[in-house]
Ligand binder design. Structure first.
Ligand code: GRF
Length: 222
């Protein structure tokens, strides 16, 4: 199949880019019918920029500090996304809160991955907070982005056990291994037109999702 028929992605990063690399790998090995049109970083220090180059991906820096404020930054970001020809915006460790106008502009066409079992632990420091709350299970969620932070409809979650003696780092590493599985999987479903958002309802294979899908060791349930 031609490159043009692949779902074009703009992957937005602020950090080391391990999710971006997992998505790139899924594209490059034909596990999903998508391609990364551009990796966009909001800070020059993002380690993921060098990683993206190594993977042969086009990158662009839209540095937050180069703009007068949130509105000017978001305008530049939208210009970069649209110029890349992206059909889906993939937030992959993108550490900027986006306005509801921006979310509206890409409604149904913007995903995020959050390192917690939403609606638990929205926001930052999720692993520390899960440990403090003595959760026995933790995990990650892929969701559509809406105007409210980490509150858009959840598509797929991975549940991960919290082990005795876990630290935020050990828990984060365990969760990330699952992030790298579930994020490409959801993007693959969108590329295959199996998944869409209508209003605030997610449809999977034309059926409304009443609760998030659960990825357990590669098997979908329910
Ligand atoms: C991930 O844990 C993701 O859930 C969160 O930010 C982190 C990004 O990691 N949103 P990486 O840059 O993909 O390695």
């Amino acid at each position: 199949m031609s490159a043009a028929s692949r779902l074009a992605l703009a992957v937005l990063i602020s950090g080391r880019g391990s999710n971006m690399a997992a998505i790139a790998h899924a594209c490059q090995t034909d596990q999903i019918h998508a391609r990364i049109a551009r990796v966009i970083a909001d800070r020059p220090e993002a380690g993921g920029i060098a990683l993206a180059h190594k993977l042969g991906l086009e990158t662009e820096l839209v540095a937050f500090r180069a703009y007068a404020g949130q509105a000017a930054f978001e305008q530049a970001l939208a210009t970069a996304i649209d110029a890349s020809g992206a059909q889906l915006v993939v937030l992959a460790g993108f550490m900027r809160i986006l306005s509801s106008q921006f979310a509206q502009r890409y409604a149904g066409a913007m995903l995020n991955i959050h390192p917690a079992l939403l609606p638990k632990f929205r926001g930052l420091h999720t692993h520390e907070r899960a440990l403090q709350a003595r959760e026995s299970m933790h995990g990650a969620s892929v969701h559509f982005v809406t105007g409210e932070l980490d509150a858009g409809p959840v598509i797929l979650q991975a549940r991960v056990p919290v082990m005795p003696g876990d630290t935020p780092d050990s828990l984060s590493a365990r969760v990330q291994r699952h992030e790298h599985i579930i994020y490409p999987k959801v993007i693959g479903w969108i590329a295959a037109r199996r998944l869409r958002l209508a209003g605030d309802v997610v449809y999977f294979d034309d059926r409304p999702l009443r609760e998030p899908l659960l990825d357990s060791q590669g098997e979908l349930a329910p």
